[in-house]
Ligand binder design. Structure first.
Ligand SMILES: [Fe+2]
Length: 251
């Protein structure tokens, strides 16, 4: 497990590039954007860029503390972006492809770059979804078609929360718990290791819960279950519902 010192000493990194792919931008919430104090870009650049937080570092307190948010976003996520840029810069044939395209096509990428895209591309896509899955002003349980799909596929909203909590508790080491839509348009709850993305399994990620220790250790130490419950109370279900609508298409 990480100590506080290890978390604080975690990698520093470069930021830069152009823009997050439109798909991830579309995953953003409709809430007011409070500019975060983004770290200054460095000389390292590439096609991918660290998206700003859609709220202030302290906006999610007490569920997630400002220091964790600052380190998680400005250092950890930034590192994934930087490493992904390094990887694609070394593979010019990948130029112009979004991170989602790369992750969906992971098995067909050149072997020399596949692991880097899996880890750092996954890290970039997963965290981009994560920031826009939480809100300081939760609007309540899922509504509309997502609510119906949860009822049909997962039993109930309470059952969904329990399944997510169970998946998160079951992650051995580092990984994520996911709510995703599979190729048959069924909702699934699952755990994936490291920075693996549901996209690489032909699924559409709707909600990701980061259970790497860097996501919660400063505040919760070994109490992962408490962090998971705190997360579940600040999920932006309206944003998750919009992702679901985009994924399933018109009724
Ligand atoms: Fe993380």
């Amino acid at each position: 497990m990480w100590t506080r010192r290890e978390v604080l000493q975690s990698s520093t990194v470069a930021l830069a590039g152009l823009a997050l792919s439109p798909r991830l931008e579309a995953a953003g919430t409709s809430q007011a954007v409070v500019p975060a104090a983004a770290p200054a870009p460095t000389a390292k650049s590439g096609p991918f860029v660290l998206p700003p937080l859609p709220y202030a570092y302290e906006a999610l307190e007490p569920a997630i503390d400002a220091e964790t948010m600052r380190l998680h976003h400005d250092k950890h996520h930034a590192t994934y972006v930087s490493k992904l840029n390094e990887a694609v810069t070394a593979a010019p044939e990948l130029a112009g492809r979004s991170v989602e395209e790369l992750l969906r096509d992971l098995s067909r990428l050149p072997e020399a770059v596949r692991t880097a895209v899996r880890n750092h591309g996954g890290g970039h896509a997963n965290h981009s979804l994560f920031w826009t899955s939480m809100t300081a002003t939760p609007s309540g349980p899922p509504k509309n078609r997502l609510a119906g799909a949860i009822q049909t596929h997962l039993g109930s909203f309470d059952s969904l929360r329990e399944q997510i909590a169970r998946a998160a508790a079951g992650v051995f080491g580092s990984g994520w718990a996911w709510l995703a839509l599979d190729a048959g348009k069924q909702l699934v709850v699952e755990a994936l290791p490291n920075q693996d993305s549901p996209l690489s399994a032909g699924q559409t990620p709707l909600l990701g819960l980061d259970v790497w220790e860097h996501a919660y250790y400063l505040k919760y130490q070994n109490r992962r279950a408490d962090y998971v419950q705190a997360f579940l109370n600040i999920v932006d279900w309206a944003a998750v519902g919009r992702r679901y609508e985009d994924a399933v298409g018109p009724a």
